[in-house]
Design a protein around this ligand. Structure first.
Ligand code: LLP
Length: 443
């Protein structure tokens, strides 16, 4: 089976250059750190475009596939532009993501608006910008959306978000398809939702069903289970209500290789499981092939991204841990603190040096839980060395905060020796931009 970039520990263009430094797509990481300062998010355009093409090729034998990119994993105007150029639509979950893709010039008909508690302003913006599909999550949203669409004189194409009752083996916080979940209608509520739309909500037009079973998934069978459940529901609903729904959104979830012990399947393996399951179900029920949406996020952008940090102070606890501090941490990458996520890293200015010490990489934020990597083997390091942490393209920048009032890092896009800023580093003035001192507190 063909491999794909999400199975790589590093961006595809990573190598050691003639200076003895790590480089990505022809850009020396030590020079990038000098030029743009650290912490710095670096994104490899080549790896990003390659994985997009892998997805397209993998699903090319199923004609009715629509690939969406889950913007929550990384939402910038430049990356949205690249993904649109690669033929992807977008799964967005907020007005901020909607506005970003809109401003990047994305065709809003290719956008699907997801989310479990969308606001009135957000739904109105979606109607105004002509978002292609809205995935309706609950009864309140159905009634609200019907009302807003009526006021706008529009009919809205919707999918119904359902929880198919599938448990996958991933971190509890990123499971979404199991029965006790805050997302979507459970299987006992769907018929009621459909009746309401048919009888009362005349401004809504149901096109199909939507589910998402979790994230950082390594199992393939859960996707077959998902297809089986969704197709059988679609067939049952069509029969019971005399409808002709033919769209299924299977969500995202394919995992990536954060460390050497992670073995995620390739996009080709996932595609084969899904397409085989679809074909089986199409035969079994004698139906027209439904339109399939996939909305991966992490597996598209994670491997393309690395974060560069400068090493600072270090501390050897007597007979205990050796801590080495970096100039970033839980504000630019909250994942270790939130999900016990593990990362792999190398020293960019000495990638060849023998790893001789076990160290713990500590973040700079005032919290003992701010540990980026527990226990990694590194060569002898010095203050000022540049650490490259791999696989930070997904859910790092998108979950970044200004904790401790630290400015968010810049992001550069590298491509064959060129590095362009796609997110400017925040300044101290950005930090106080929204602050106001009430007059009564004095000059
Ligand atoms: N579709 C829906 C409806 C989702 O909720 C998600 C992710 C995706 C697609 C994309 O899933 P992906 O292909 O990226 O696994 N912050 C967590 C991940 C949360 C995922 C939430 N939903 C993390 O850093 O691991």
């Amino acid at each position: 089976m063909k491999s794909s970039a999400n199975q790589n520990l590093k961006p595809l263009t990573t190598r050691i250059n003639d200076n003895g430094n790590l480089e990505i797509s022809g850009c020396d990481l030590v020079e990038l750190a000098e030029k743009f300062s650290t912490p710095l998010y670096v994104l490899d355009e080549n790896t990003l475009r390659t994985i997009c093409r892998d997805y397209k090729e993998a699903f090319s034998s199923y004609p009715n596939t629509r690939l969406l990119f889950a913007s929550k994993s990384l939402c910038t105007m430049a990356t949205s532009r690249i993904l649109a150029q690669e033929g992807f639509g977008f799964d967005i979950v907020s007005d901020g993501e909607m506005y970003t893709v809109h401003k990047a010039g994305v065709d809003m008909k290719t956008v699907l608006f997801n989310g479990s508690n969308k606001g009135i302003d957000e739904l109105n913006l979606a109607l105004e910008l002509g978002v292609g599909r809205i995935s309706a999550d609950n009864f309140l949203e159905l009634s609200l959306l019907n009302e807003l669409a009526g006021k706008a004189g529009k009919t809205v194409d919707i999918l119904l978000r359902i929880t198919p009752g599938i448990e996958c083996h991933t971190h509890e916080y990123i499971q979404t398809g199991h029965l006790d979940s805050k997302f979507g209608f459970d299987l006992t509520q769907i018929d009621n939702a459909i009746e309401l739309v048919i009888d009362e909500y005349k401004n809504l037009n149901i096109k199909g069903l939507h589910a998402h079973i979790g994230s950082q998934i390594f199992e393939t069978k859960v996707y077959k289970d998902e297809v089986d459940i969704l197709v059988s529901e679609l067939v049952r609903i069509n029969k019971k209500f005399g409808l002709n729904l033919n769209e299924l959104n299977l969500g995202g979830g394919l995992g990536v290789k954060y460390t050497n012990v992670d073995y995620p399947p390739s996009t080709y393996e996932i595609a084969e499981i899904i397409i085989d399951a679809l074909n089986e179900n199409i035969q079994k029920y004698g139906i027209e092939p439904p339109v399939i949406y996939l909305e991966p996020g992490r597996s598209i952008v994670c491997t393309s991204g690395v974060t560069l940090y400068t090493l600072g102070s270090s501390k050897q606890v007597p007979h205990g841990t050796k801590y080495i501090a970096v100039d970033g941490g839980m504000a630019d990458n909250p994942r270790p603190a939130m999900y016990q996520a593990e990362y792999f890293a190398q020293v960019a200015n000495k990638p060849d040096a023998e790893p001789v010490q076990n160290v713990t990489i500590a973040g700079r934020f005032c919290e003992s839980g701010d540990i980026l990597i527990k226990n990694i083997k590194l060569p002898y390091t010095e203050e000022g060395d540049i650490l490259c942490v791999y696989n930070t393209g997904a859910y790092n920048y998108s979950m970044a905060s200004n904790y401790n009032r630290v400015a968010k890092p810049a992001m550069v896009l590298v491509n064959n020796g060129t590095a362009d800023i796609i997110i400017e580093r925040e300044t101290l003035d950005d930090i106080i931009r929204n602050d106001k001192i009430p007059q009564r507190l004095g000059e």
